[in-house]
Design a protein around this ligand. Structure first.
Ligand SMILES: NC(=O)c1ccc[n+]([C@@H]2O[C@H](COP(=O)([O-])OP(=O)(O)OC[C@H]3O[C@@H](n4cnc5c(N)ncnc54)[C@H](OP(=O)(O)O)[C@@H]3O)[C@@H](O)[C@H]2O)c1
Length: 292
């Protein structure tokens, strides 16, 4: 009997973690271990050390993160602990244990001043504490250089947890009209599509060993481009919710953290390296609504 490929998924209760749990049964050659904060607390260095003293995996997928973008402006120490120091520690462990390390980062490492989709080596310039902490996490991984990859993604939504799509569904049922920002442009990412892409990468790497040779940096979102306003309109239209949406500018909806005005990600590299077929964002919104 051959041993199954062992995969650890951190942040099991988050959007991406739950999406990986949802699709795990489609990958029976792998033995998944899903851990939550109770088992592996990324804000506690000792918790991480203790866990890995008795555990070792072929692959670690780090879906855990401090993701409260506005709260991070005040909560800098915790954001830094989880998004930077813990990531370095996980990268060190992955390297020492010869595991493939797959880490998720964000479009918020960019300042959003560009007018064409961001490629992986475009200049980074985060505008928020969250974005800066995620960037330092990336930089720490590059310094350690385990085998694996960093995948930057954007505007993640799913059936799980709290996200823009679910907030719109709730508000749309409660109100007759809403205002939504139309001068932040990007691409939504259905967490199930990202989870499938990650598993396709894991599977392909078993044969190609591409990630064993070089630490990869990739961009992933759904295909297409929209503003939050367009995203809201699409959700209401597809969910048959009668709620008028008016476009407003970012300056009319101030938030503690500054977000990029333009953060469309160019996905040519990940599509080429792993033969990915990425769904159009509106098709994935429909898929998510269908499974709610
Ligand atoms: N959401 C987005 O729009 C977005 C956009 C770009 C990039 N990303 C990145 O994509 C990845 C996945 O995001 P997501 O949307 O799935 O995030 P999420 O739903 O907020 O989930 C994050 C997970 O991290 C866990 N976590 C937080 N602090 C922890 C700690 N101290 N120890 C262990 N676990 C901890 C949370 O646990 P609890 O359930 O216990 O709180 C939660 O399960 C993250 O790296 C994020 O930065 C997200």
């Amino acid at each position: 009997m051959t041993l199954k490929h062992s995969i650890l998924v951190t942040g099991a209760n988050g959007q991406l973690g739950q999406s990986l749990q949802k699709i795990a049964k489609n990958y029976p050659d792998n033995q998944f271990t899903f851990v939550e904060r109770d088992t592996l607390d990324l804000s506690q260095a000792e918790s991480i050390d203790t866990y890995f003293q008795s555990h070792q995996f072929d692959c670690i997928i780090n879906c855990a993160a401090y993701t409260a973008v506005d709260k991070a402006e005040e909560d800098t120490v915790l954001a830094e602990a989880i998004n930077h120091h813990a990531v370095k520690q996980l990268a060190d462990i992955a390297k020492a244990q010869d595991s493939v390390f797959i880490h998720i980062s964000t479009d918020y490492v960019f300042d959003g001043k560009q007018h064409r989709p961001y490629v992986e080596d475009d200049t980074v310039n985060p505008q928020s504490v969250y974005g800066a902490s995620k960037l330092r996490g990336e930089q720490a991984i590059h310094a350690v250089s385990p085998k694996g990859c960093i995948i930057r993604t954007s505007w993640v939504y799913s059936e799980f947890g709290r996200n823009f799509l679910k907030t719109m569904l709730m508000l749309g049922e409660q109100r007759d009209s809403l205002t939504v920002i139309f001068d932040q442009v990007g691409t939504p990412t259905y967490a199930t599509d990202l989870a499938k892409a990650i598993m396709q990468i894991v599977e392909k790497n078993k044969h190609s060993q591409l990630l064993d040779k070089n630490l990869g940096l990739y961009h992933f979102s759904n295909e297409g481009v929209c503003s939050w306003y367009d995203f809201a309109r699409a959700i209401f239209s597809m969910a048959n919710i009668d709620c008028a949406v008016s476009p407003i500018e970012t300056k009319d909806y101030p938030t503690p953290a500054t977000r990029p005005h333009y953060s469309v990600l160019n996905k040519a590299k990940i599509k080429q390296d792993f033969s990915l077929n990425i769904p159009y964002w509106r098709d994935s919104v429909q898929a998510c609504l269908n499974s709610l």
